[in-house]
Every structure is written in structure tokens, then in C-alpha cells.
Ligand binder design. Structure first.
Ligand code: CUA
Length: 315
């Protein structure tokens, strides 16, 4: 059970508990009655079955009672659905964009972020869109899960009465890195939120990685799809594992990781693959360790999604 509940989420929990309660009650009642009947009316205790012609009282009871239960369950579901769908007047709006395979949140003043930061005790309206395929915006702590469908605008709202960090997942399988489409909902107090909102945009790590690769001209030779002919592709390095033949003729299996990428940039001649001989100049001192780490993280995460999708489709 999560403490950080807003009114709509509380309603969802209530509906869940009421429905669960009825389900358990009915399961127990039916099972108990069945067992009792087995015992009471078996052939030894009740050798001659009674010939019952019907019972108006019972007929009414088992028609009216289930109807009332079903109407009650409907009412519970309906009120919680209404609470989820009724976005409070004057709620702060944040645009949520899903893309393969990350989230982007855009605020009223144009600030963008890879994490959803919201002030505590404030209703926040979310407008959900996707740039490519169907994703699903899922915040378990807020009891919120809405699909992002291409070409469709979806609204939702959340509110938290507790400061803290909560998980945001993509809950709709959307391709290779679906499982990595994770970020954080950061609920902060109001003053902290204002400071953050009006603070300078920190470039996202992902963008930094890409801009470094561009700055150092990596894409002059390498591609992020499979189009480059004179240098290894940087497509999906993180998921790759390949056997290459080194210049000296030996076979080697390469699983690109941060260390491998760092070495390949610093000292490309260390493990020269046959055919790529002497291609790349070493970038020894120009890049700091921190910059290399950001580059490696970007490449291992899969790089630019759009290019990649196209490349995979061509394969
Ligand atoms: Cu986006 Cu799964």
C-alpha cells in the first residue's frame, strides 16, 4: 500500500478493495454452501430426493441480491472512473511525450525534462502523446496507467500529498528497449519546484552523448543505422555481440561495453579488425573520462531511436 495517494487514486484503491471483498465473500459463501450440500444431501442422509416445484421467495432472493451487488460494483467503478477523468480546474499542465525509448516532459514555460518533476499537493494535468508507437504511461504509486496512441491526445491527472520519488514505467511493449523506458516522478515542495522550473535546462545526458559524437565527427564514418560502408555501425551496441577476425587472423568475440568503447576511442589500433585497418585515429587526450562515459552510455542505450527503427525495418 502506498501512502502518496490523491483523491482519484484513493477511489481506485477503494473500488479494488470493495470488488475484492465481494469476490472473496461470494467465493467463501458458494464453497461453504456446496460443501454443506454435499454432506447434508448425500445418498446416506437423504436417500430419497425431495421433489421441489419451486420457491418464489428464493427466486426473488437470488435475482434481487446479485442485481444489487452488480449495481453496487458498477457504482464503485463508475465513481472512481469519474474521479480519474475529472481533471480539476486550474491544474498545472505538463506535456508528456513517449518515444522509443524514453520520456520527455514539457512544462508551460518551455522547460523540458527527462524526469517528471511536480510540486506536492498540486493537481497536475498530463497531456499524453507519442512520437512513434503505442506506449503506456504507468505510475503505480499514483494508480495511473494510460496508453499513448499515435495520432491521439489523451489527458490524465495526478496529484501527490507526499514528497518523494516514484517509478514511471512504460507498460506497453514497444520494441527492443521497452524495458529501459523507465524514469522517475519527483514530487518536491512548492518552493523547490519553482526554483527547478525556472532554473536553466540541464541538457539531458542522452543529448550530451549525441552532441559529443557529432562534435568529434564520429558520424563522418560511423552510422547509427547500417548504412555506413567503411566503418562499423554504432547501431544498438549495447545489445550486440559479434565475432570478428582481427588483423593477425585470430578470432575474437566482442561484447561492446563501456570499457570496450573507451578503448576503441582512445586506442583504436589495440584490437584492429581485419578490413578496418588503420581507419580511425586515436582520440587520446581530447576526450575526458567523463565525456567518454557519457558517449558510451549513449551508445549502449541504443543511440538515436528514429534511425534505429528505420534500420531495423530495413534488415
Ligand atoms: Cu514504450 Cu514500452
Amino acid at each position: 500500500m502506498y501512502p502518496q495517494i490523491f483523491s482519484a487514486a484513493r477511489q481506485v484503491d477503494q473500488a479494488f478493495l470493495i470488488i475484492l471483498g465481494f469476490a472473496v465473500f461470494i467465493l467463501v459463501a458458494v464453497t461453504a454452501t456446496m460443501l454443506w450440500f454435499l454432506w447434508r444431501y448425500n445418498w446416506r442422509r437423504n436417500p430419497v430426493p425431495t421433489d421441489i416445484k419451486g420457491s418464489v421467495g428464493l427466486e426473488i432472493l437470488w435475482t434481487v441480491l446479485p442485481t444489487l451487488i452488480v449495481l453496487g460494483l458498477f457504482w464503485t467503478g463508475w465513481t472512481s472512473f469519474k474521479a480519474m477523468r475529472t481533471i480539476p480546474e486550474g491544474a498545472m499542465t505538463v506535456a508528456v511525450e513517449g518515444r522509443m525509448w524514453s520520456w520527455r516532459f514539457t512544462y508551460g514555460n518551455g522547460k523540458t525534462s527527462g524526469e517528471l518533476v511536480i510540486p506536492v499537493d498540486t493537481p497536475v494535468k498530463l497531456t499524453l502523446t507519442t512520437r512513434d508507437v503505442i506506449h503506456s504511461f504507468y505510475v503505480p504509486a499514483m494508480r495511473v496507467k494510460w496508453d499513448l496512441v499515435p495520432g491521439m491526445d489523451t489527458d490524465a491527472w495526478i496529484q501527490s500529498d507526499t514528497v518523494g520519488d516514484y517509478d514511471i514505467f512504460c507498460a506497453e511493449y514497444c520494441g527492443l528497449k521497452h524495458a529501459d523506458m523507465i524514469t522517475i516522478l519527483r514530487v518536491v515542495d512548492k518552493a523547490e519546484f519553482e526554483t527547478w522550473l525556472n532554473g536553466r535546462d540541464e541538457p539531458e545526458e542522452e543529448e550530451l552523448g549525441l552532441s559529443l559524437l557529432e562534435e568529434y565527427g564520429c558520424f563522418e564514418c560511423h552510422s547509427q543505422d547500417l548504412s555506413a560502408e567503411n566503418a562499423p555501425s554504432l547501431l544498438d551496441l549495447g545489445g550486440r555481440r559479434e565475432t570478428v577476425i582481427l588483423r593477425d587472423g585470430t578470432e575474437k568475440t566482442i561484447t561492446p561495453d563501456a570499457a570496450y568503447i573507451r578503448q576503441s576511442v582512445r586506442d583504436p589500433g589495440a584490437a584492429l579488425v581485419k578490413g578496418w585497418d588503420d581507419g580511425m585515429p586515436p582520440y587520446g587526450d581530447e576526450l575526458s573520462d567523463a565525456q567518454l562515459d557519457i558517449m558510451a552510455a549513449y551508445l549502449l542505450k541504443g543511440g538515436k531511436a528514429e534511425d534505429k527503427g528505420a534500420a531495423l525495418a530495413d534488415e
